[in-house]
Design a protein. Structure first.
Length: 349
């Protein structure tokens, strides 16, 4: 990239080349630039709820390195900006709901990282909507946390009876009424009510489920509550409360880690041991592979969204608070303008 004066940008062009691998070397200049936003969006909320003195915490260098890689991977891709533009209204709505509940801004990136706001929902496993809710999660959000009814009176392929979820925790697949073990697919048919795709209602449900982690004293006490809340959306917080024991839920996993005397402020970086987020093994971690990768990936796309929305939609009140970042770390990347984004072909990240 040709330089005009002193150009602070640390990578050159927007393209759709393969994303940098999670084990590739970290761009140290970019890592330094991201210290301030990671402190503001992640570490400061961690400290606030930890109940610990506000002295200098032990840095999670591994997590910060993974955030740097994730940010770079998202920031260089045209399809990411195209998705951000498509879902600006949805992100605005969710961010407003997040703030109304006093939750950290970064949690608004969860529906993007899970499903690209519903575009990539995994219907084959009976999950649906931007928050990727199972039938039982929808039921728990309604009956335990007071969200509106999301799912009721469904048809199951091969059964004449109407079915509604009754369990509060998602069962193992071979025990789920909605799972066809022989075919290896979802057998959930049309429902009288299925509002998991409704952004307003599903956001109330999704935030209620995130609060199970955010409000948990064991997770707060680690000093890594934000990161663990992001991991909990894919690993679950503590299904033993709802009658199912799962060692890979966040609470038992964190308790196991903490029993060894490790510092809680480094729990996420220390336990990101699988290079592949789709691995079926834990690679020696207390978390399963997807939960290992979810926190950094979500923070990475959040930091890109801050730059794009502050630049192109900063006139909307919900994004106006992000505009000061345009003079900070956002200068390290090429943030495209909306007219450029609209001219690109629409795809998926």
């Amino acid at each position: 990239m040709a330089c005009h004066g002193h150009d602070h940008r640390v990578f050159p062009v927007l393209d759709d080349s393969p994303r940098p691998g999670i084990e590739e070397p970290v761009n140290n200049e970019l890592a330094h630039a991201l210290r301030a936003p990671v402190e503001a969006f992640v570490v400061a909320p961690d400290r606030m709820v930890s109940g610990q003195p506000l002295g200098e915490p032990q840095k999670d260098t591994g997590f910060h390195a993974d955030v740097t890689r994730a940010f770079e991977a998202h920031a260089r891709r045209r399809t990411v900006y195209a998705a951000l533009e498509r879902h600006v209204d949805a992100w605005e709505h969710v961010l407003g709901a997040v703030r109304a509940q006093g939750l950290p801004d970064v949690l608004a990136a969860v529906p993007y990282e899970l499903t690209v706001y519903g575009e990539a929902a995994d219907a084959t496993s009976c999950r649906a909507g931007p928050w990727d809710l199972t039938p039982e999660e929808a039921h728990r959000a309604s009956t335990v946390h007071g969200a509106p009814t999301l799912l009721r009176d469904c048809r199951l392929d091969g059964s004449p009876a109407s079915w509604s979820p009754s369990e509060l925790a998602t069962p193992w697949l071979h025990q789920a009424a909605w799972w066809d073990t022989e075919a290896g697919s979802c057998r959930l048919g049309p429902c009288a009510i299925d509002r998991r795709g409704d952004l307003d209602v599903s956001t109330l449900a999704g935030l209620a489920l995130l609060r199970e982690a955010w409000d948990h004293p064991d997770l707060r006490a680690t000093g890594s509550a934000v990161q663990l809340t992001l991991a909990a959306r894919v690993a679950g917080t503590d299904d033993s409360r709802w009658g199912r024991q799962r060692s890979l839920n966040l609470v038992p996993a964190v308790r196991h880690d903490q029993s060894k005397g490790f510092p809680g402020t480094t729990i996420v970086g220390r336990n990101r041991l699988c290079a592949d987020p789709t691995s079926t093994t834990r690679c020696g971690s207390v978390f399963h592979a997807r939960a290992q990768h979810a926190p950094a990936a979500t923070v990475g796309v959040h930091l890109v969204a801050v730059c794009y929305y502050a630049q192109e939609h900063g006139d909307r009140p919900v994004f106006a608070a992000w505009r000061p970042w345009l003079g900070d770390y956002c200068r390290t990347i090429v943030v495209p303008h909306r007219n450029e984004v609209l001219a690109w072909s629409v795809g998926h990240p």
